[in-house]
Design a protein around this ligand. Structure first.
Ligand code: NAP
Length: 246
């Protein structure tokens, strides 16, 4: 379905980003996996994709830095000749109640989760506009829709990403570029493994399906949005949350 397309996924060394990279590769896309620390994990995924007959490249870059995001986008385009799909997935948490949250914790979460998406889009969109096609998928969160105590910084970054998605969809829709946001609920990754058993149980109880999601659940929707089948869907926020916020 994605044969010959180039997909760049930020934060693809683990968790949801890894599942998205493997899924898009399994559909035939050439995949560029971004990471910031975990070189060995990213290299292993590249090997896995190549062993299955696909093409992949791992690129280290901190997406919160404008220049590094630019180099990341250039490397993707130079390696495979186009840039068709950008998935802004890299994200972090620095949880704490507002009364105790440091300025650094607020700024860093906004820098990675929101400015990181701006940085990558700022460099990728001119390429997509020239191609007159493209798919941008921003990984937001259910927390950006409904908020969560102890995550004022994270909720602000993810709500900001939703506004960013809608504005950009209106700006570049005329060039056949779609921009959508995917809002996962509680998905089993390193990000959620740090949470207490009590919080995990509360999360399960707050979903209609009474369980956590898997990274692959999110990857399926991202793959659909990246595909030709989703050509008339733009500016949307689609949840994969087991029935948590509705
Ligand atoms: P994760 O397991 O913690 O993985 C985070 C990924 O982001 C890693 O690949 C990490 O690279 C990368 N990363 C972190 N900072 C970066 C930076 N400055 N530049 C480039 N890459 C960076 O997270 P996850 O649970 O898969 O979450 C992925 C996305 O889904 C995030 O945006 C998160 O907010 C969102 N989300 C997750 C959940 C959930 O329940 N898990 C729910 C809703 C939304 P390294 O491995 O190199 O450190």
């Amino acid at each position: 379905m994605l044969k010959g397309k180039t997909a760049l996924i930020t934060g693809a060394s683990r968790g949801i980003g890894k599942a998205i990279a493997l899924k898009l590769a399994s559909e035939g896309a050439n995949v560029v996996l971004n990471y910031v620390h975990n070189e060995a994990a990213a290299a292993e995924i590249v090997g896995q994709i190549e062993n299955a007959g696909g093409q992949a490249l791992a690129v280290k870059a901190d997406v919160s830095l404008f220049e590094e995001a630019g180099e990341l986008v250039s490397k993707a385009k130079d390696k495979f000749g186009s840039l068709d799909i950008l998935v802004n997935n890299a994200g972090i948490t620095r949880d704490g109640l507002l009364m105790r949250m440091t300025e650094e914790d607020f700024d860093r979460v906004l820098e990675v989760n929101l400015k990181g998406a701006f940085n990558c889009c700022r460099h990728a969109v001119p390429i997509m506009v020239k191609q007159r096609s493209g798919r941008i998928i921003n990984i937001t969160s259910v927390v950006g829709l409904v908020g969560n105590a102890g995550q004022a910084n994270y909720a602000a970054s993810k709500a900001g990403l939703i506004g960013f998605t809608k504005a950009l969809a209106k700006e570049i829709g005329s060039r056949s570029i779609t921009v959508n946001a995917v809002a996962p609920g509680f998905i089993e990754t390193d990000m959620t493994s740090a949470l207490s058993e009590e919080i995990i149980q509360a999360a399960k109880n707050s979903t209609a399906l009474k369980r956590l999601g898997q990274p692959e659940d999110v990857a399926e929707l991202v793959c659909f949005l990246a595909s030709p089948k989703a050509g008339y869907i733009t500016g949307q926020v689609l949840s994969v949350d087991g029935g948590m916020a509705f």
